[in-house]
Ligand binder design. Structure first.
Ligand code: HEM
Ligand SMILES: *[C@@H]1O[C@H](CO)[C@@H](O)[C@H](O)[C@H]1NC(C)=O
Ligand SMILES: *[C@@H]1O[C@H](CO)[C@@H](O)[C@H](O)[C@H]1NC(C)=O
Ligand SMILES: *[C@@H]1O[C@H](CO)[C@@H](O)[C@H](O)[C@H]1NC(C)=O
Length: 396
C-alpha cells in the first residue's frame, strides 16, 4: 500500500516537473492570432515570465496586443515589420485614447521563430515583468485587448515609431488555465506543445464607436467646409429673388448638421475622456457662438427692414458667423489630428478647406466693397431698398 502511495506521489511530482507546455490560442479574425503561455512557476508565484505570440498578415501596418479591458493604463505590445524580414516589437504603455508611448521599463525579449514568412508576421515574446499593474496569472481568466491597422509596412526598427490609429479594435477574455504549463524558454518553438483554442469571449465591439466618430467628422465637415460658407457666400454675392430664403435654408441646414455633429462629438468625447483637448473645447466655444445665431439673424433682418441699416445685432450676427466659419474649419483640422487619421484624409480636408475658405473670404470682401458703393449713393436709395418688393433679397 505504502509502495503504491509512493509511486503515486512520484508520478504526480514528475508530472508537475515535466508538465507539458500549454499554449492558449485566440485567433480573432483575418488570420490574426494571439497565443499565451504561463510557465508553471509563474502561475504558482504570481510573478515571473510569461510568453506571448502575435501573428497576422503583413498587409497590416501594425498588430498589437494589450493587457486590460481598455486602452486606459494598458501595457501593450505593438508588432510591425522592421524592413529586414524580421519584426519590431515595441512595448508601450497607453494612458487612454492616444498613441501609446514606448515603455522601456517592460522587460521584453523577441524570441526565435519571430519574423516575416509567406506574408505572415510573427512575434514570439518573453515578458519578464508583465505582472506589475496587478495582473494575476494564477487567476481563472484575464481581460486583454487587441487592435490593428491595415496599410503599408512600417519597415522600421525604431521602437518609438509613430503608429496610426487602428481600424479594428476589440477586447477578449483569456482563460488562463488553458495557458498554464511547462517551463520552456520558448514555448512557441517547442514541438510537444498542447495548443488549446481558448475562444475568449470577444466583446464583439469592433469598430463600434468609430461609426459615431466618422458620422461626427462627416457632418461637422459638411457644415463648416460646405454649407456654412455656401450660405454666407449666397448672401454676399447672390443676385436673385429669394436670396434671403436660400441663405436661411442653407444656414438652418448647416446649423442642424453642426448641432448633430456636436452631440455626437460630445457623446464620444465624454465616453473617451478627451473633453480637455483643444478640439472639443473649441467645439463648445463654437456651439456657444452659434446657438443663438439663427435668432440673431432673424432680429437683424427684422430691424434691417425697418431702418435699412445694420445695427449692433447685425454686426453681431455677421461677425459671429465669420469667425465661427473660420474657427470651425481650423477645428476640423485639430479633430483629424486628435483622431490620428491617415494623411490622405488630412490632405483632402485641407484642400477643400483651403478652396472654400478662400472663396468665402473673397465673396465677403467683394460683397462688402460693392455694398459700401451701393449704400453710399443717395439717402433715397435706402428708401428704395425698403420699399422694393424684393426687399427680402436685399444684400444685408
Ligand atoms: C496611434 C495609436 C492609437 C490611437 C490614436 C488610439 C485611439 C483610440 C481611440 C480614439 C479609441 C476610442 C475608439 C472608439 O471609442 O470608437 C480607441 C479605442 C481602443 N483602442 Fe486605441 N488607439 C491607438 C492605439 C491602440 C493600440 C496599440 C491598441 C492595442 C492594443 C489599441 C486598442 C484599443 C481598444 C481595444 C479600444 C477599445 C477599448 C477602449 O475604448 O479603450 N489602441 N483607441
Ligand atoms: C522590469 O524589468 C526590467 C528589467 O529587468 C527592469 O529594469 C524594470 O525596472 C522592471 N520594471 C518594473 C516596473 O518592474
Ligand atoms: C528575428 O529576431 C529574433 C530576435 O533577434 C531572432 O531570434 C529571429 O531568428 C529573427 N528572425 C529572422 C527571420 O531573422
Ligand atoms: C469589454 O466589455 C467589458 C464589460 O462590458 C468592458 O468593461 C470593456 O471595456 C470592454 N472592452 C473592450 C475592449 O471593448
Amino acid at each position: 500500500m505504502r509502495f503504491h502511495h509512493l509511486t503515486a506521489t512520484l508520478c504526480a511530482l514528475s508530472l508537475g516537473a515535466f508538465a507539458q507546455t500549454k499554449v492558449a490560442q485566440n485567433c480573432v479574425d483575418s488570420g490574426v492570432c494571439f497565443k499565451l503561455n504561463i510557465p508553471q512557476v509563474t502561475a504558482q508565484n504570481g510573478a515571473g515570465n510569461i510568453f506571448l505570440s502575435l501573428s497576422g498578415p503583413s498587409t497590416y501596418s501594425w498588430i498589437a496586443l494589450g493587457m486590460g479591458s481598455s486602452m486606459t493604463n494598458s501595457n501593450m505590445f505593438v508588432m510591425y515589420a522592421d524592413g529586414t524580414g524580421n519584426v519590431t516589437v515595441s512595448p508601450r504603455f497607453s494612458q487612454g485614447h492616444r498613441q501609446p508611448q514606448l515603455d522601456q521599463s517592460l522587460d521584453v525579449e523577441l524570441l526565435g521563430g519571430s519574423g516575416i514568412q509567406n506574408g505572415i508576421m510573427t512575434a514570439n515574446i518573453r515578458c519578464g515583468n508583465c505582472t506589475r499593474n496587478g495582473a494575476n496569472f494564477a487567476a481563472q481568466s484575464g481581460q486583454w485587448i487587441h487592435a490593428r491597422k491595415s496599410g503599408q509596412s512600417m519597415d522600421t526598427t525604431d521602437a518609438q515609431a509613430r503608429i496610426m490609429m487602428h481600424d479594428v479594435q476589440d477586447g477578449f477574455t483569456w482563460t488562463y488555465p488553458d495557458a498554464v504549463g511547462g517551463a520552456s524558454a520558448n514555448p512557441f518553438a517547442t514541438s510537444n506543445t498542447v495548443v488549446s483554442n481558448s475562444l475568449g469571449n470577444s466583446n464583439g465591439s469592433s469598430g463600434g464607436n468609430s461609426n459615431i466618430l466618422m458620422a461626427h467628422g462627416v457632418l461637422a465637415s459638411l457644415a463648416f467646409l460646405v454649407f456654412f460658407p455656401l450660405g454666407a457666400i449666397i448672401m454676399r454675392i447672390g443676385r436673385f429673388n429669394g436670396v434671403l430664403q436660400a441663405h436661411i435654408a442653407t444656414q438652418v441646414l448647416s446649423w442642424l448638421l453642426f448641432v448633430t455633429a456636436f452631440g455626437l462629438g460630445l457623446y464620444y468625447g465624454i465616453n473617451g475622456k478627451y473633453m480637455s483637448q483643444a478640439h472639443p473645447i473649441i467645439g463648445i466655444v463654437l456651439l456657444a457662438m452659434l446657438v443663438f445665431q439663427p435668432f440673431a439673424g432673424w432680429l437683424h433682418h427684422r430691424q434691417f427692414l425697418r431702418s435699412g441699416q445694420r445695427s449692433a445685432v447685425s454686426h453681431g450676427h455677421i461677425w459671429t458667423g465669420r469667425i465661427a466659419i473660420i474657427l470651425g474649419m481650423i477645428n476640423g483640422g485639430l479633430g483629424l489630428q486628435l483622431a490620428s487619421v491617415e494623411t490622405r484624409y488630412v490632405i483632402a480636408y485641407s484642400v477643400v478647406a483651403g478652396v472654400m475658405g478662400l472663396a468665402y473670404i473673397a465673396a465677403t470682401v467683394w460683397g462688402e466693397i460693392t455694398r459700401s458703393r451701393r449704400t453710399s449713393v443717395t439717402p433715397s436709395e435706402a428708401e428704395k431698398i425698403r420699399s422694393s418688393p424684393e426687399r427680402s433679397s436685399v444684400v444685408a
